[in-house]
Design a protein around this ligand. Structure first.
Ligand code: AMP
Length: 272
């Protein structure tokens, strides 16, 4: 595994046309599954490890975001990664006067609760695409709205690469793996899996109900989750492409949720 620390060195790499997995580190099986899929499809794989300050709001967890670089490097090497781009300086992100903003998809749901978040994501991912110049880039469906934003950005800015969106890796009780799960207290961890259980219940219910009755099911789930101690930011059934509230049950639908448990914010989603 070759570790690259500077933009200059990254830019001086020969063009590999390989696979690319952008990450913020603190690796778990979700990250590793993206790396393994990249390695299965591309002979050369680059992973970026950068806790992107542009995508954190002023009151979010940038300072306490988990960092475990040496362990991450070992895990990536075991997954077959060739190059790890882990820039030391924040200057390249913070000095950017250019911001990439994907209209329409970024001011709803996660974007409404985390203003500026997706601009920060899109800007850094665009910069990384230009530095790494991959042929394929891999993202996790765990961050469903992020996938929609990146797909639109790649189409609009004509990035010459193919996107792969990979399934969410879960704990045995259904909780989606996340670097932030380690913040959960043991009591909250025991409750956390109920979030996915509620998504499963809704997906099943929606298959047997007209779309006009979906909102009352969503209300029921919000009540259930609130009783369990969740603070639900949003829970919605949206059109897979537009992310607007689904009005037509014959179209592909995704149930998306964000909820806080203690000081930890969990997001998840499930196809109907
Ligand atoms: P992050 O380090 O949280 O920015 O995540 C890096 C990449 O890993 C993103 O494309 C995420 O969507 C993806 N990812 C995070 N958690 C999971 C998971 N549980 N399953 C699959 N992919 C994931």
């Amino acid at each position: 595994l070759k570790v690259i620390r500077t933009l200059e060195e990254m830019l001086s790499q020969p063009p590999h046309q390989g696979g690319f997995v952008p990450t913020m580190g603190a690796f778990h099986e979700g990250h590793l599954s993206l790396m393994r899929q990249a390695k299965a499809e591309c002979s050369h794989v680059t992973v970026s490890l950068y806790v992107n300050p542009l995508q954190f709001g002023p009151n979010e967890d940038l300072a306490r975001y988990p960092r475990q670089e040496e362990l991450d490097f070992r895990m990536a090497a075991d997954a077959g990664v060739d190059v790890m781009f882990a820039p030391r300086s924040d200057e390249w992100a913070l000095a950017s006067k250019t911001s990439v903003s994907v209209r329409g998809l970024t001011d709803v749901w996660e974007g409404a609760f985390r203003p500026g978040h997706f601009d920060g994501v899109a800007t850094i991912v665009a910069k990384l695409f230009n530095l790494v110049r991959p042929r394929m880039a891999y993202f996790g469906l765990k961050d469903f709205q992020q996938c929609a934003v990146i797909r639109q950005m790649v189409a609009d800015l004509d990035f010459p690469l193919q996107l792969r969106f990979c399934d969410t890796i879960r704990e045995t009780d259904g909780l989606a793996l996340s670097s932030r799960n380690r913040y959960l207290s043991p009591d909250d961890r025991a409750v956390a899996a109920k979030l996915f259980a509620e998504l499963l219940r809704l997906a099943e219910a929606f298959r047997n109900l007209p779309v006009t009755e979906w909102s009352s099911e969503l209300e029921k789930s919000i009540a259930t989750l609130s009783e369990l101690g969740f603070m639900v930011d949003y829970l919605a059934a949206v059109d897979k492409e537009t992310l607007q509230i689904q009005q037509d049950s014959s179209k592909p639908t995704q149930i998306i949720v964000a909820a806080r448990l203690g000081s930890t914010r969990l997001i998840d989603n499930l196809a109907v």
